[in-house]
Write a protein that binds this ligand. Sequence first.
Ligand code: SF4
Length: 374
Amino acid sequence: MTTSRQWLDRIHALDLPDRVKVMNVCGGHERSIAMAGLRKALPPSVELVPGPGCPVCVCPEEAVFEAIRLALDEKVILVAFGDMLRVPVNVAKREVRSLEQARAAGGDVRPVASPIEAVRIARDNPDRRVVFFAAGFETTTAPVAAMLAEGVPDNLSVLLAGRRTWPAVAMLLESETPGFDALVAPGHVSTVMGPEEWAFVPDRHHIPTAVAGFTSESLVAALYSVLRQLVEGRCFLDNCYPEVVRPGGNPTARRELAATMDVVDATWRGIGVIPASGYALKPALAAHDANVLFPTHDDATRKRAGQMPPGCDCARVVLGRVYPDQCVLYGRACTPRTPIGPCMVSDEGACRIWWASGVRAPRQPVAATADAPV
Ligand code: SF4
């Protein structure tokens, strides 16, 4: 088996252009890259840009607000993946700003690690309404679809914020400044949906693309693949995670997604609506759809400008427009102990990952109107 060191040697032997930007679309990839110190091991001309790989970061602010109000006003048991509990919404500091604070204020908010736990909580509490706030990309949404396909207790409903990854990349590529020359596509998403979903990147946009796993070996192999494609003037979709990613993905997961959810245009926090980038429960599942069962807790007095907290650059971090440490708040007002934006909350958020990897000082920020690094 080729080792990381051997892949790196091959990368260093390539006749690379002066500057190459490779985007990765997975928080797990970014974590592996940052923790392994991969950026420092690559030739200086190669930049690795973290892209839209954090579902918690793009979960619409109004969905988090809705979950908080359901916990406090409707007295439901609100269950959510742990990362979501600390994500702040844009309300005054004296108000409840996160699910964690809603729990402290008396709301019955419980973290779960899987849909199975949500079902168990609903079965254990037949006299209570249980709402499962399910935010995530395809890899997280597919188990929610499986849960619904199997049938859930009458008292369990889903507040769904499922998102699809490739439409965000398509949006970047269709913009005038996509900001990258090659793409490392997400391995776990490809495991579920099939690597073919990413074929549009080389086929339509002529960008070298490789699906990678989460080990250093797989990531560096994918980097070598896309860099070699660039050098040789070729572009194709290379599956560098063949032991897990199979053509067509996981047919059962895809069937369950198709049976329980529709693909819809969806809002990404701070970014706006991306066509065909989200999931909604099918009308046949209205009895389990929290958006149907409960009133919308809209409040015109709330601060919604930009949907990110003032000064927070998460939207541009998610799109690869700036690096985390170029946010003016990074390491100053915003740290994992005092997170301001979702990218510093989630384990898949680039800001939190960079902080955990030892990047503690902000660098020169990039103004919103200036040329961003991508
Ligand atoms: S450092 Fe904090 S405020 Fe800045 S982009 Fe990251 S999460 Fe948002």
